[in-house]
Design a protein around this ligand. Sequence first.
Ligand SMILES: Cc1cc2nc3c(=O)[nH]c(=O)nc-3n(C[C@H](O)[C@H](O)[C@H](O)COP(=O)(O)OP(=O)(O)OC[C@H]3O[C@@H](n4cnc5c(N)ncnc54)[C@H](O)[C@@H]3O)c2cc1C
Length: 291
Amino acid sequence: MIIDLGYAAPDSLQKALQILKEDPSCKVLAGGTDLLVKFYDAREKMGNVLDISRLEELKGLEIGKDKIFLGSLTSHEQIYRNPQLQKIVPFLCRAAKSVGAPQIRHQGTLGGNLANASPAADLAPPLIALDAVVFLAGPEGERSFKLADFFTGPGKTRKNPDEIISGVEFALPKGDFRGTFLKVGQRRALAIAVASLAIALNFQDGVVKNIRLAAGSVAPVPLRARKTESILEGQKLAGLPLDKAADQLKKEASPIDDIRGTGDYRSQVLGNLLRKGMYELLSQEGVRENG
Ligand SMILES: Cc1cc2nc3c(=O)[nH]c(=O)nc-3n(C[C@H](O)[C@H](O)[C@H](O)COP(=O)(O)OP(=O)(O)OC[C@H]3O[C@@H](n4cnc5c(N)ncnc54)[C@H](O)[C@@H]3O)c2cc1C
């Protein structure tokens, strides 16, 4: 048994996976900004803890010719501050910047944000809109899922207890790519989303192409809104059916009432975020309306 004091901080992924194989009930600890709060509130039982923060294999960002890979230990601050990401996918950086406050952004990680599987996780909508794939390292090797299919319910994912998220990958956007992330919270900082929306698309010859919409805090999981996408896909920029699309988006969502807002309010906000987001993308420089 490698872990015998209730806490282990191995220095290799292989050792970490061995520990999880021996004790899959071990709590994986990355930045601790979710897990330690749950321990403190007694929402999660203290048990053996596997601290993965020393695993070099999970650190860093690779920006290749065709793909971008983000290691699961990448912090929100590292995403937000990365000059290349700011140039290529500024809306992902905007989402990272919207997380909590500086302390949380420095400490909290991408892997923790996704494994925690909150419907309000801020990195999920932009990454789903980028059609990202999440990689899991486990005893039998590596598995991967489209991030849009990874979440199965509040706090639940397709990850097995003996697996560790190693990172996330997405294709480098091509052509006249545009993206935005909009979030409404109860205040400007330290606010969990009441509703959020990421939009990614190409404007090609005055037409919307490859649109992907992903919403947060309006369903049990971060929601890819495919039916709404199909209303906007292939439409000319002049006269986009935004009202119809906003109505469909509200139908695809199933927001609940909670301390941050009612379901009705969330639904209204979501429709408005779609209109606002599309106007923002349309008003960016270089958009040609051929229609
Ligand atoms: C005050 C405050 C404000 C916050 N504001 C926001 C906000 O605005 N937006 C937002 O999205 N979140 C927010 N959060 C939540 C949290 O900060 C983020 O979700 C953060 O990214 C979690 O990362 P972490 O590394 O701290 O995760 P941890 O707390 O270490 O872990 C979270 C969960 O993920 C598991 N886990 C972590 N890494 C891995 C991995 N690589 N593989 C497998 N399992 C793993 C852990 O076992 C645990 O179940 C806030 C939290 C606090 C305390």
